[in-house]
Design a protein around this ligand. Sequence first.
Ligand SMILES: [Zn+2]
Ligand SMILES: [Zn+2]
Length: 398
Amino acid sequence: MSVNITNARIRVALTLLALVLFVLIPAGFRAVVQSAFADSSIVDSSVGVSSANVHIGVLGLFHPHEFTVSAPAGSALLVRAGEERIVLEKSSGVGSANIRNGAGVISASEDGEVVVTAGHQVVRAPKVTISSRENDPADFVLSIPQKITRHYRGTLEIKPASGTLIAVVAMDQETAVASVVAAESTSDTPLEALKAQAVAARSYLVASRGRHHEFDFCDTTHCQFLREPPPPSTAAAVASAATRGLVLAHDSHLIAAMYTRSCSGRTRTPAELGLSAGAYPYYSVECKHCRAHPVRWSSRISAQDAATLHSSDESARLNIDRRLGWNAVPSNDFVVKTERDQSMHGQSMHDQIVVEGTGQGHGIGLCQSGARAMAEEGADFRQILSHYYPNTTIVAAR
Ligand SMILES: [Zn+2]
Ligand SMILES: [Zn+2]
């Protein structure tokens, strides 16, 4: 979102404010903040204008060949495809557009094109962008026919990519934070736990941009799980707004804060799991709730897969889970057992490897189950964050 400040006095005031901030903020942290916000500035942030957009690749898990974009009732969307401009508006009779990868749809089209169909209009272009009529962010509904429908707020771009389509939503960072908090919470999660989650999610968004080639983050747990933006009155939206702009810093660096669904009584460090730590080493901290109420799991995997597993090698576990699903080996705190199983298909004997463990996720950083329990016992979000991220400070990055 661009902001035109025409008033000269405001410009002077902002310049002075920028100079004051420049002097007051330590150089290392300033550099991190500035690079994290790319072309937005601390000045915009300090006047409360949300100028930091984050680019989220959405619904890529479905490897889509086709999308439908619709305007919500009572609003209009502008579709730009090459030189063409198409307005989608339910009351005009053309409320949605169909977008396909060009390859194979129309014989003349190639993989490097999308084909947009809206009403009687058919347009081919290298990509399509969808916004409000004024080119601003808009509410829109994005569907993969017969598979999934989601509502988003932002500017949408759809491009072809090796037979499929890539959909990227440029959304306001705070919209992304609220969407992550909504996806990561249940209706009974206490507000202070949601606020801690919001600060962790925002820190991750600010500190680790560009995780993918075509966009900053995907919408799966590879980056951060993200679905629709929550309505403003929901706890997830309230928690995000109450912590607006707050992020975690350690030793003058912003932290790409990791979090986990539940630990097994203590959190892990990246070093314990054979991962590189980055700017923050993390710490193994006691988690009272999970110690008393561990989430136990058990699964069966092939002997070949089991041979690659080691609790100090997180990458090996992730490789198995990427192939077999995230429940194959839900955490890295496990023991491997061998068992002869005669029940499979009721006939031949199979060597089955049984893996039993506790916890859900990598176990690093904030434990969501533990955070929830701390909040239920009266801890506020700052206490929760300082427990799971020792030696950090909560700072206003914008
Ligand atoms: Zn990702
Ligand atoms: Zn825990």
